[in-house]
Design a protein around this ligand. Structure first.
Ligand SMILES: [Zn+2]
Length: 143
């Protein structure tokens, strides 16, 4: 019974590993439209780490020999480290600016309008009825 259970689960795991491989083109295409390279790499990392977990599980179930397990696992680990390195590269390069811009613009959606009493020149908070900034004299927005 246990053996059957492992077999079924192993099959499901195998399908979970293979399906993303076969549908790669589709997901990649739509991902490029909606996501940055960083998002893509994050997802890739999750998939690889998940695959490693599955692999360990299959090994535990006795579906994989120690030798195969070691071999495939080291390949996956290498792939994972490559992805992690790429993520590192993006995070430490100017691409991070693009990432921040995207985060900020995503946040802007529900954010209130600019405070008309806030000085556009020096950032001083003026009383709402002011026409000019009390700090620097700049004309205030909306007055
Ligand atoms: Zn000012």
């Amino acid at each position: 019974m246990i053996y059957l259970f492992c077999g079924l689960l192993g099959g499901a795991v195998l399908a979970a590993i293979c399906v993303p491989l076969f549908s790669k083109d589709d997901t990649l295409e739509s991902a490029i439209i909606e996501e940055t390279e960083w998002d893509l790499l994050q997802r890739k990392k999750e998939i690889i780490l998940g695959n490693i977990q599955d692999l360990d599980f299959e090994h535990k179930c006795g579906k994989l020999s120690d030798e195969d397990h070691q071999k495939i696992r080291s390949e996956m680990a290498e792939e994972a480290s490559l992805v992690l390195k790429e993520i590192d590269n993006i995070e430490s390069s100017q691409d991070l600016d693009a990432l921040i811009r995207r985060e900020v613009s995503a946040r802007k959606g529900g954010v209130r309008e600019v405070d008309p009493a806030l000085c556009p020149s020096c950032g001083e908070k003026n009383i709402v009825t002011s026409k000019f900034c009390a700090e620097c004299g700049a004309k205030l927005i909306g007055q």
